[in-house]
Design a protein around this ligand. Sequence first.
Ligand SMILES: [Zn+2]
Length: 833
Amino acid sequence: MLKKLLFILLTVFGCTTVFAQQIQSPAEFLGYKLGEKFTPHYRVVDYFRYVAKTATNVDLKQFGTTNEGRPLLAMFIASPENIKRLEEIRHNNLRLAGVESGTATTNTPVITWLSYNVHGNEPSSSEAAMWTLFDLVDPANTKAAEWLRNSVVVIDPCLNPDGRDRYTNFYNSVRGMMPDASPTSREHMEPWPGGRVNHYYFDLNRDWAWQAQKETQARVALFNQWLPEVHVDFHEQGYNNPYYFAPAAEPYHKDITQWQRDFQVTIGKNNAKYFDQNGWMYFTKQEFDLLYPSYGDTYPLYNGSIGMTYEQGGISAGLAVVTRSGDTLTLAQRVSHHHTTSLSTVEIVSANAQKVVDEFKKFFDNSRQNPPGIYKTYVIKNDNNEKVNELAKMLTRNGIQFGYGLANKSVTGYNYFTGTTDQYNVDANDLVVNAYQPKSVLLHVLLEPKTFIPDSNTYDITAWALPYAYGLKAYGIKESFKPATTSWGVIKPAPLTNTRAYAYVSAWQSIADVKFLSALLKKKIKVRYSETPFEAGGKKFTAGSLLVTRAGNERIDFDRVVSQIAADLGHEITPLSSGFVDKGSDIGSYDVKYIKEPRVALVSGDGINSEAMGEVWHLFEQQIGYPISLIRYQDINRIKLADFDVVIMPDGRYNDLSSDNLQSWVRDGGKLIALENAVAALVDKKGFEIKKKEAKKDDKADAKTKTAVKIYADRNRDAIRSSIPGAIFKLDMDNTHPLGFGFPNYYYSLKLSDDIYEMLGEDNWNVGTIAKNGYVAGFAGFQSKQKINNGMLLGVQSLGRGSVVYLVDDPLFRSFWENGKLLFSNAVFMVGQ
Ligand SMILES: [Zn+2]
């Protein structure tokens, strides 16, 4: 009976779809043909919502919002039967991967995920997303209906809505009546900071694994709830290039499987078929490599998917531009190309659906049963709960399982920090990751001490091993050990029982401690720090530890406010009942300094590296919650610097820097923090004692280069000798200096250039230096390795009553170099107090 009723219902339902109202195409809905103008993001959203209401084979999910409040959307498109059992398909897919337990069937639709417009100023792709959606839901499109019998297609029309609108608003506001195709006209010259990046100027296509940004956090959470079999990230490249699609360029990370390589070729050939038919130009196998794990192609690849990047020529091309070859490239053409590869990909995946699903399952079977890499267990030493918690949160976001402690307490493994094999004891709170798990490939890529780097050109950094980035001691063990506790999660402090303390102490070892300081300062609680290590309340505290004393905070709600802030942050503090400490300087000693609440300015605008500046901005606003004023570089000599205690100069081209104003402000007690090329900009400026170290001329090698005939085809390879795309170096750290507080006597730095400086002279402090052989991991050309020796990378100069902090490398790089956040916070809050 029930069956019969269901049958009738289905028949009725089926009939209604046949007579369903026609679905409007994007042109009908928007009132103009795609490519005639740029569609504002809210209209893209309107179209997707309209289709969600009108079509019967879709399900639209809003999975988040951007910093500027725009919605993040994913449209699920399937056959009318499959759309109703979408959750069942999702769970089955996760069971195929072993992420969820239970039996799974391989007789299931393949999931093809199309992501558009991650770079806001590569806008043709969101236009193509609307067209692709229409084709997949158009009842007249029988081909699409055929593909959807064995496919679920997911369309994310715009991964970076804030950036897209920044670009399209700019373009629409400067274009004339007719688009000007001349490449020199201003509509092809995007002003600072450009639309590529999100609100905080982060490149969202460098953020997949780290998930520093809220757009990425929301999207990767959804992605991991599905684990699609195929993922395409749609981009645009410089408009003088035609179109790029898979297969990708070397180097490939060695964990990418033969199947993943092969099927990229299959997809690429299908794309090529349509481009050949139309006579369109394209290239494959060049420029876009597969190594760095935070891209929209590599991250899916390391998660069992066929991850790919497609690139249409088009950045800055506006509605029309004349290319180097004299052709006029229009937006309509760009949209059409992306639309073609979108459908071509869905088509070829559908044609191979069963094989793709089978191989997806095989990838995860292999991951669980035969994980890559020589280490089958990783142990992260817990010297500080909150430092380990930051790593635990990151692993959790990526679906990597871990636990704490080991049954057998004593093990032997590779020590990341000494490079030797040691025997050591595992404590109950040490974080333990076993490699036999569904995400073992991603785990291996993120944790292996040295990334496998072929000696060739790559697009990005070549080292990111998490223990170095997080500053956590780690061991790689060849045997497989399961953690003693398998419940993953972060370690929470025990609640405070003492309600009245002489003082509260907080460690100063991680970003969690900086958040605590910031919250106290905002509540107008006075905070001090100890310049020397001490022992109190049965615990050891390093130099820099925060002291919140009743003295100076004589308010009735003192204990309540301090313990409430700690509880809200899940932050561990130790109450002291006396100022008389067990070892070291007492709380009332002159070694205990008061932290003046700094008023901070950040230099921004034309010439400044927007991403470097955005990292600082994001750290202050979104991570530590401390106020910061953004000032423009061009105003630096006009504004009253005396309104600020700290001025931060991020990386940038500081052309025509006139430093007199800055210098006199420092002399009056200001603190200037210069990073990367801002350090270089202060060389030879009056008062600043910074001097670049030049590479020693290797006469022999030089002579060889001069006499040898240079081969034109080797020009890229020759440049590699002096290149350093991002490698890890170990610095000697003076952790008695406030800039080194909370660190051991070393620090792992991600070096992005071979810049190194002469040691600062008397009265100044060389806090982070490399004597010799600081190289640890990643690719660095031999000339670079030679140069990065015997010099200063972190320094503090006293100037009048103020100070200048030199940070030669970017400690906040993409906000994933976790340990650098404490270093940077030392510069802001600790140095010069
Ligand atoms: Zn791009």
